[in-house]
Design a protein around this ligand. Sequence first.
Ligand SMILES: Nc1ncnc2c1ncn2[C@@H]1O[C@H](COP(=O)(O)OP(=O)(O)OP(=O)(O)O)[C@@H](O)[C@H]1O
Ligand SMILES: [Ca+2]
Length: 668
Amino acid sequence: MTVVENWIFGKLRATTELEVEFSPSVVQTLYESICLNTNGNIHVPKDGNVSEVTGSPTERAVLNWGLKLGVRFREVRKDVVTIGVATFNSTTKKMGICIRTRDGKTCVHWKGAAEIMLELCTHTLEADGSITPLTPDKMEQLNATISKFANSALRTLCFAYRDVSPSEVEELAIKTTKLPDQNLICIAIVGIKDPCRFGVPESVARCQQAGIKVRMVTGDNLQTAKAIAEECGICTEGGIAIEGKTFRAMTIEQQYNVIPSIDVMARSSPSDKHILVKRLLERGEIVAVTGDGTNDAPALHEASIGLAMGIAGTEVAKESSDIIILDDNFASIVKVVRWGRSIYCNIQKFIQFQTTVNGVALSLNFITAIASGNAPLTAVQLLWVNLIMDTLGALALATEQPTESLMLRPPIGVDEPLITNIMWRNIVGQALYQLLLLLVLHFKGLVILGLNDKTVWPGLQTNSEKVLQTIIFNAFVFCQVFNEINARKPDKINVLTGLFSNHLFLYVISFTSIAQVLIVEFAGNFTSTVKLDWQMWILCLVLGVFSMPLAMLIKLIPVPDAPFITYLTPWREHNRNLAYRNGRKFSKAFDEHQERAEIPMRRGSQFFEAIIGNEMVRVPIPDDLPPLLPTEVEPFSKRLKYAIFPYSHAEPSVMSSSCNPQANIAWT
Ligand SMILES: Nc1ncnc2c1ncn2[C@@H]1O[C@H](COP(=O)(O)OP(=O)(O)OP(=O)(O)O)[C@@H](O)[C@H]1O
Ligand SMILES: [Ca+2]
């Protein structure tokens, strides 16, 4: 951040040089304001190297500006006695200090958000040292200056001061009251540029493509925030920019209604950030919050995913977050999303693959055992299959790299099932094919393949039966090998894209295939298999490969958008809506403090969970819940998990099914 524009002593200029004709006393006042009313520090090295400036980015910008003006920090700070300080506060957006200078004068200096500070000013300091009243005309002029700065995406700060009377000093000393902040004299207004970091607009655009709504919630002035949001591409069509105080004044209902269109929230306090996140969560959204300051901690903590900045972030912010972005770069958030989605997809692929193998192996052995008394897959063979699908399958499928297409589709909702309709279709299609194939082989294989070698093995099986059993095992394993390739892209016809760049996948597939050949050809005694001739090998391979064109055909079958599970449980959606409506009703009741609602309450959570039918539903808890525990349960409160309160207005259908009217408290 750097100061790029300033208005001082009644003049507007873009330079940082103070003209010589200013009266020394006014320049001294400005220097005091810069050097004393700050948390930052300047270290001037003795060897003449560049001075080092510490503090928050805003403080550093101001101190650097001071350096350019030629302030001698040590001299200004010498012999000054501090009487009181008001540290920077994100809610009031200003900071102040009360000092006694060398010449015995006591004064208070303030620095803070420009338009907020200007409200507290009654006079301005002029170049010749005179103090002139801040007339409405002048006020308008200054506000126009602030707007001008803000519209060029500059953060505006106002410096002000005033002398403090001995009686006020006494009061300060006795009561340690807050520093006087009325009737101030405006010294200067500066515009600080915080340039949009490299790559941010692109990253925002990528997030938007990925169905993520990016909102900016900042302590800056509305115009500054809008201008910065415009630069970063955060503003959307139909989106609005709102001030924290406007949002705060709304009812919960109004907040719910306005939230979807909020792009920018300006001049927000820490609690505004927190409430916005809370409302979003209540609407069932997943919210990621990034922040650096202590004032962001409540929102970071509340969010589904809190991302703190590693370099600029305060310890408090880092403690309250789930992920720390080491390079402070917004582009890293895109990476987080990409990898997060990739892991989710890889788990889905793995589940699709594994469910198919398990389903087929289980059904095959079950059906054949019941129908013919003997199962084709032996325990050792199943162990090998298990190895293929668990360890090797996970290695192959879970290590797929994230692809670009992951960032082009909308996010997955919290209540969307892990196994999607597309996956069910693939699983059922493949499993049916494999099962049918293996059952036909098991029951009719001898005839179809013309196997009639009646030589009896010690295990009372004929040679043909042994060969058939080996073919079934072999075909089954090859089906898995090729179905593993199918599982790479559950929703794409072409499953081969990127296959050759995923070396681990190729190793796993090759290892599985080679090991299978070795097992069948050389480990017959152990796995109860026999050697196969080349025609049989080709047959097994073809049966396995066939699963690939089949998968393509299966993918042509359209599936509905709504998860299959909702067709099986039509009451589910209905209950959810009902519960949500009632949740709002509860909120309202609590708002108005009219009635006590019947709420099974999980302590410290954002939702309460109600049982409706056989469904557990989550309903948002209103912010300002009155003290929860009835006095008689207080002694046991540590053991209390649910507290249920009588509430007369809730819909009977909910209440009758969810709670026992006798029970006021449910214990765990
Ligand atoms: N050190 C400071 N002294 C005085 N005023 C400040 C200081 N830092 C920020 N401000 C004022 O407060 C506003 C920022 O408030 P706040 O810190 O609540 O917001 P934020 O969005 O967290 O900002 P940041 O980008 O600094 O993290 C700024 O626009 C500025 O007007
Ligand atoms: Ca901050």
